[in-house]
Design a protein around this ligand. Sequence first.
Ligand code: ATP
Ligand code: MG
Length: 460
Amino acid sequence: MLKKLFKSLNTPARHPQHRRTTPEVLNAGQHSLQRSQFSRHAVGIVERLQTAGYQAYLVGGCVRDLMLGIVPKDFDVATSATPEQVRAEFRNARVIGRRFKLVHIHFGREIIEVATFRANHPEEDDEQDVHRSSSSESGRILRDNVYGTLEDDAQRRDLTINALYYDPVSERILDYANGVHDVRNRLIRLIGDPTQRYQEDPVRMLRAVRFAAKLDFGIEKHTAAPIRELAPMLREIPSARLFEEVLKLFLSGHAADTFEMLVDLHLFDSLFPATTQALEDTPTYTHTLISEALRNTDLRIKQGKPVTPAFLFAALLWPALPARVLRLQSRGMPPIPAMQEAAHELIAEQCQRVAIPKRFTIPIREIWDMQERLPRRSGKRADLLLDNPRFRAGYDFLLLREKAGEETDGLGEWWTDYQDCNDSERREMIADLGGKDESGAPRKRRRTGAKRSKRGEADE
Ligand code: ATP
Ligand code: MG
């Protein structure tokens, strides 16, 4: 029903200007790009291919980013040459992918990706093939794909700002989708009819949000309009692909803004259903904890510090735990096993949507387990915890919970002091704990019997 409504809003006739068959051409004087801003290896590849008689351009993210004064992550080349023809030109070239082949040209650490012009396969989710072919270990069947002309290649791209072609030889930009206009007006706009393009590949909804947050662009209204209605289509996307997309969304350096947009456009629900429930049950706490975690991630990325996806997922899922723990406890399960079981269930359920690999789910559990252990500090326990390789993440996570308003009886501050102290001061701090050790346990809500939790502790 609503679909119809959006259809009427988004008839292709309303977007004729975004489907051009002849490009707008911007000469060197009409734009700010300079050949020297691009990777010299990528420019060299384009020159070589053109000399050999092929069409070749720098395309996509690098053109867009440089127009905006952003340092590009990588440099992609699009060409009329087939992968075999590209390989014949370069010694350092490797063909990757099974059905839809790409060429990677290696220059030490730098890899330039060279793709042959492609056409959109109507009704087909073509772009997934590129991502899948680069992760062929997933064993998924790749769909057939077809090579196309430069025009086809421009039309099959997702956003107008991603469909700009730069020729470093003539220093001209070819613009088939009014991308230059949208770069200048800071607009995220899908090429073609948005509803149809989202139906072809629902991940484009996530990409629209990702680039809006990353570039601080607005989402053009026809591009935004169908998203809430079509968001549930994300459930059809393979969970492994969604994991990659989620990482890109939250490791973009703009995760806090991305999160707000995902929630607003109902996309978060399809990615993190349990957390969405927590956002309804305990809105302030859940929202604060996640935003704090994401702001912190953004800051670390800006400072060039490493970020671990496990910490991110631990935070994104943590607010969904209490309801599950309580449910299991109400069925008679003691608190600690209930916590373990709830964690297990939650992660298993989440992995159905977003396939978090084991190398991250294990540390997520460890960060959560650490929350049970940090309150118990007597005897040698505090020192053992300090030596635990997961201590730092567990401690940071504790501070995060406190920031979100969880009552921990000053546990975070205690651990902050403890780390600063010398040995004898530490012994004093432990002695000072007295009986406070067990009673200072956080998440009191979940602990109905203090005696029971002591029993659980003996397992450690
Ligand atoms: P960045 O690498 O900085 O995140 P990018 O624009 O290079 O940005 P990629 O994900 O590397 O993004 O994709 C390369 C290009 O492929 C894009 O610019 C876009 O033109 C096209 N593309 C990627 N995914 C899709 C998709 N799902 N549908 C249509 N086109 C896509
Ligand atoms: Mg890229």
